[in-house]
Design a protein around this ligand. Sequence first.
Ligand code: ZN
Length: 404
Amino acid sequence: MEMSSSQVEAIVKQVLSSLSADPAASTVSKAPAGSIPRTAHVAMLTGLEKFEIKEFPMPEVGDDDLLVRVEGCGICGTDAHEFKRDPFGLIPVALGHEGTGEIVKMGKNVKVDSAGKPVAVGDKIVTCMIFKDNPDITMFDLNKKNVGGADVYGLLPDDDCHLNGWFADYILIRGGLGSTFFNVSDLDLDSRILIEPCAVLIHAVERAKTTGILRFNSRVVVQGCGPIGLICIAVLKTMGIQNIIAVDGNAGRLDFAKRLGASDSVNFKDYSGVEAMAEGVSEKFGGHLADFAFQCTGSPAGHSNIYKFIRNGGGLCELGFFINGGDATINPHFDICSKEITTVGSWVYTLRDYATTFDFLKSAKAIGLPINELITDKYPLSRINEAYQKNLAMTGLKIAVMPD
Ligand SMILES: [Zn+2]
């Protein structure tokens, strides 16, 4: 085919203009991809309900350390309490423990993660607990029932490094502290942000199984459909449990509970009094009370009521009182003795629960559960104060903070 010189000119012009429209072309003046900036930005909680973005020099990466570029971090209920009241007395503190990001620099001694899986620059990781007093603990050591007594990034006292929490654009994971971390490059970003809260439920279900009452064909009540109760439902569904009733007072959350695996729901606003609610539960189970219940609210009334939904000889896992929410009244005769209820408490997780959590997230997706929709809002780091106010308003589910 012959082309006229004007046609050639038109093609050349088109190619040139498409080149200059290439978004990559306009970023050439910025730092080349993969380079590490000289400073990092950390959202420091410097007072009650007040984060300030602080800039710090990028720290040296020691032989046992990892420098990680943060990709996102969820806000936990624990963070919200620290934001409002500083119960841990940590201010000023770099918060954020539900984070994930990409390794940009590694010390020469770091070869594998806490499970023994190889890691390299470019891999995506999450952190788990920090065992300052017992750095030799491994993920298969079950002597410790949960994380209690260990530290986590995002709840450490501030120090010379400052890059101690995931609400930042970089975080330094220090081998010398007894840090644990996992290579989760095979999970998408939203799933990685959900790992830590999901581990809480993996642990709760493991605790529930120790009663011998929770089985694949059990009738299960999950009370409270905040992120914890909703994830609980998804974990049970992924285990193959079909008879799950969600209990909450929010119709939107109950609808989402059904999409995450609940077979039915009870809106407590439709019932007056706990006896009527218990009847409502029993009706939905075809005339039976629950074999097992998960109490996922932080409300004393929630704890008092839950026993009424459980059959004689049934089981209960209480995991809603993550922090001290006050005393709850029960009737030991009717609620526990005469019914012979087996109760377990559950709090946080073990290292081993993390490994199970990675599989749970993959299985949940494989059976079509819309687990990533748990993240309802994403705020840039520079607007972290708004993100926390949104969390306190409880109008979303999981709120995530992403670097600017
Ligand atoms: Zn948390």
